[in-house]
Ligand binder design. Structure first.
Ligand SMILES: [Zn+2]
Length: 190
């Protein structure tokens, strides 16, 4: 009697193709997270230096924060952390984005601004004609990524993780702290 085929109907191959492990993965150039390659989203994120799969994860994070009233405040902090961890390459918009979001982190973490106060202060940096020098990003921007935040359970844990993420990304930008602190101090004086 002939042995039964080891993979009747090719079920193993189909299961393998549907498994998340079968997706092409890429390393996000900003945070270093290993994320699925999702080419259809590649044009979505303009000048932010993120892999499309990482940006998709960030979009999911925004959705979770918007759906949970207790997380609306922390969302404004996450909205500074993510771009600061994904600076992209030198350009007018990317340079301005890095400055605005790092000043935002500085105001919240070092000046105890709440996120609404930080947003009002940062608005003055976001003028369309403002020009900022490019801050060369450090080689790594902290071990925590958006994937770690998505892995948390419950609003409290989520908020604590975002705050920790913010601290790590801010510390990683240490070589530019003096410039950012000066800019934040100028904003506070004016
Ligand atoms: Zn990323």
């Amino acid at each position: 009697m002939a042995a039964p085929p080891s993979d009747p109907g090719g079920q193993d191959a189909i299961a393998a193709a549907l498994s998340p492990m079968a997706e092409q993965s890429v390393v996000c150039p900003g945070c270093g997270a290993v994320v699925p390659d999702v080419p259809e989203l590649r044009s979505d994120h303009l000048y932010v230096g993120a892999a499309a799969g990482c940006w998709a994860a960030y979009t999911e994070l925004i959705g979770r924060e918007m759906a949970e009233p207790a997380l609306l405040g922390i969302h404004m902090l996450a909205a500074d952390v993510y771009p600061a961890q994904h600076p992209g390459v030198a350009g007018r918009q990317s340079s301005q984005s890095v400055w605005v979001h790092l000043v935002g982190l500085c105001l919240v973490l070092e000046h105890d601004f709440d996120v609404a106060m930080s947003a009002r202060a940062k608005a003055r940096l976001a003028a369309p004609d403002a020009r900022f020098e490019w801050l060369e990003p450090p080689s790594t921007l902290g071990p925590t990524t958006v994937l770690d935040i998505l892995a948390t359970d419950g609003a409290e844990e989520h908020a604590r993780a975002v705050r920790y993420w913010a601290t790590q990304v801010w510390e990683a930008w240490g070589p530019h702290h003096e410039s950012i602190r000066n800019c934040a101090t100028e904003l506070l004086r004016s």
